[in-house]
Design a binder for this molecule. Structure first.
Ligand code: HEM
Length: 548
């Protein structure tokens, strides 16, 4: 014991034989009190550190232009708008505050969001290998998708992406073209009943069911007959869970689990999840046994499949491999991927590859219906590439040759990107133009607005597929690589973009070879919903007539 210490103790407790030693003093203090004191100090330190971080966040965020904020609630009143108004306000934010730099901020209560719609700034966020954490809103997809690729945290994502990338190899996609063509033929059949419909009809539901058929068959190796049995338990569960998740996303008070779990919607969600997950697990078991008996490649491509009511998929062995087979193969008997992991990824492909592709096809078809000259040019290209193809289905090579059709799909995705908004939660500071956007901020990339930047696309609202017809002799400056990102960009870009683009082509070829399309509504009269995917309030109404 140091001299100073003994003096201190002596003076505190009195010297002499009855005085306390330091040891006695320490022993006399109850251990719980010490623990409490240490915990208190720890909490105070954490709180101080948190407040300092938060103060820094507020200081940086408030330097970014944006609407005036109220204490505590920030701009929550502004955000708490109905479906159509919210998207309008997001778009208006740049016009009002961020015209110069395409960067604005908004406070949802005490949570900051920074809206970004300028290519250089977008590049800083999306090209980062550190800021790859998804925004908070993606958590609402987790009951269904778990932490599959789309929703997975950074710590898990990299390893998963490495395993999954080979499943989208072009040789595997070539095999899927047959499924695209087969289901597109069913779509053409279904559309025939609208031939006499003078008033027009919404094409989105028809195309969404076709796309669901395609993704389920390619992902799980089992047709679900969504187009033929659109009221089956599986299809209804799909539609219902989408509605529930969207509704929860929009209603701030349903965000905390503790409240949501008390609602009827939660119970409905659980029922849907039970149907969807049960189906995916059944497929895994079935495909595993087919693989074990070595019969995947041998089996004939039968027309058996999902029974609408009991979800059975008998004799559904297919000539080609499904994504599921590739995942089972990559799982190494459960060592690398468990059945739950596989289920998460299959469900992720189904969600990620279903509405997005259907939305892209629907908007392109609608846009072609607004411009007969462009539509005829597409049809001429199809005839030219297919030669005397008659009713024959296009091959992958032929689809790849249809450059003008591709330009129309790209232009459709420019004007109406299937995913109009992409979110990231920043884990480290980013400098954007004159601003520091601190870690902890939710970065919101407004793809819809980015794609309409007049500095990149002159006359940006016009439907002009020539934007994407590459002219090697052109003296124009090349476009900024992050000015057009319908499939996102950087490390967390869309893994299924080639699949989606090829599917869109196959479906549009099938429809346009049979029908002439005319848009019923004018584009400027459409009301947009910028939700999980970009929708029009009243659907996309077209009229069709038979081509000779
Ligand atoms: C036209 C069709 C499609 C469009 C416009 C599209 C768009 C996108 C976008 C914008 C993202 C980034 C989302 C984000 O960062 O939050 C994304 C991610 C993703 N997409 Fe697509 N997608 C399409 C088709 C598909 C298809 C067909 C599949 C699967 C078969 C698919 C599977 C995925 C997956 C798994 C991710 C997450 C990738 C990752 O985080 O590593 N997508 N998609």
């Amino acid at each position: 014991m140091a001299y100073g210490d003994s003096v201190l103790l002596a003076s505190s407790f009195g010297a002499g034989s009855n005085s306390w030693t330091r040891q006695q003093f320490i022993e006399s203090v109850p251990k719980t009190s010490v623990l409490l004191l240490l915990s208190f100090i720890f909490i105070v330190c954490c709180l101080a550190a948190y407040l300092e971080r938060y103060r820094r966040l507020v200081r940086h965020i408030n330097r970014i232009p944006g609407p005036a904020t109220l204490p505590i609630i920030g701009n929550a009143l502004l955000i708490n708008a109905d479906r159509e108004e919210l998207f309008n306000r997001i778009i208006a934010s740049r016009k009002l505050y961020g015209r110069r730099q395409g960067i604005t901020r908004i406070w949802n209560g005490m949570t900051p969001y920074v809206l970004i719609s300028q290519a250089q700034a977008v590049e800083k966020i999306l090209s980062s290998t550190k800021n790859i954490e998804k925004g908070r809103d993606y958590e609402f997809l987790q009951p269904w998708l778990g932490t599959g690729l789309l929703t997975s945290p950074a710590s898990k994502w990299q390893h998963r992406r490495k395993i999954l990338t080979p499943t989208f190899h072009f040789r595997i996609l070539a095999d899927f073209v047959e499924v695209f063509n087969k289901q597109a033929t069913v779509l053409v059949e279904k559309l025939a009943k609208e031939l006499d419909n003078e008033a027009g009809f919404d094409c989105v539901r028809y195309i969404t069911l076709c796309s669901l058929d395609i993704i389920c068959e390619t992902a799980m190796g089992c047709p679900v007959y969504a187009q033929r049995q659109s009221d089956s338990e599986y299809v209804r569960a799909h539609e219902k869970i989408g509605e529930i998740m969207l509704n929860r996303l929009q209603k701030l008070w349903l965000h905390p689990d503790i409240i949501f779990r008390c609602t009827r919607q939660y119970r409905e969600q659980q029922k849907c999840l039970d149907i969807l997950h049960r189906f995916s697990y059944r497929m895994i078991t079935e495909r595993r046994s087919i693989i074990q008996t070595g019969s995947v490649m041998k089996q004939a491509n039968t027309e058996d499949g999902l029974d609408a009511n009991n979800n059975k998929c008998e004799g559904s062995g297919r000539k080609q491999l499904a994504f599921l087979d590739l995942l089972i193969e990559a799982s190494d008997g459960g060592r690398i991927l468990s059945d739950t992991d596989i289920r998460e990824e299959v469900d992720t492909f189904i969600l990620g590859g279903h509405d997005t592709t259907a939305t892209s096809i629907s908007w392109t078809l609608f846009l072609l219906g607004t411009d007969p000259t462009v539509q005829e040019r597409v049809v001429q290209e199809i005839e030219c590439v297919m030669g005397d193809g008659g009713e024959r289905w296009p091959t992958m090579r032929e689809l790849n040759e249809m450059r003008y059709l591709e330009a129309c799909i790209k232009e459709g995705l420019r004007l109406y990107p299937s995913i109009p908004i992409i979110g990231r939660r920043l884990t480290e500071d980013v400098r954007l133009a004159d601003h520091v956007v601190p870690a902890g901020t939710n970065a919101v990339i407004v793809v819809y607005q980015l794609h309409r930047d007049p500095a990149v696309f002159p006359n940006p609202d016009r439907f002009n597929p020539d934007h994407f017809m590459v002219d090697a002799s052109s003296s124009q400056e090349p476009r900024h690589p992050f000015a057009y990102i319908p499939f996102s960009a950087g490390p967390r870009n869309c893994i299924g973009q080639k699949f989606g683009a090829l599917e869109a082509k196959a479906v549009l070829v099938a429809v346009l070879r049979q029908y002439r399309v005319e848009a019923v509504d004018r584009r400027e009269n459409l009301t947009l919903y910028g939700e999980l995917v970009l929708r029009s309030k009243d659907g996309l109404r077209i009229r069709i007539t038979k081509r000779k």
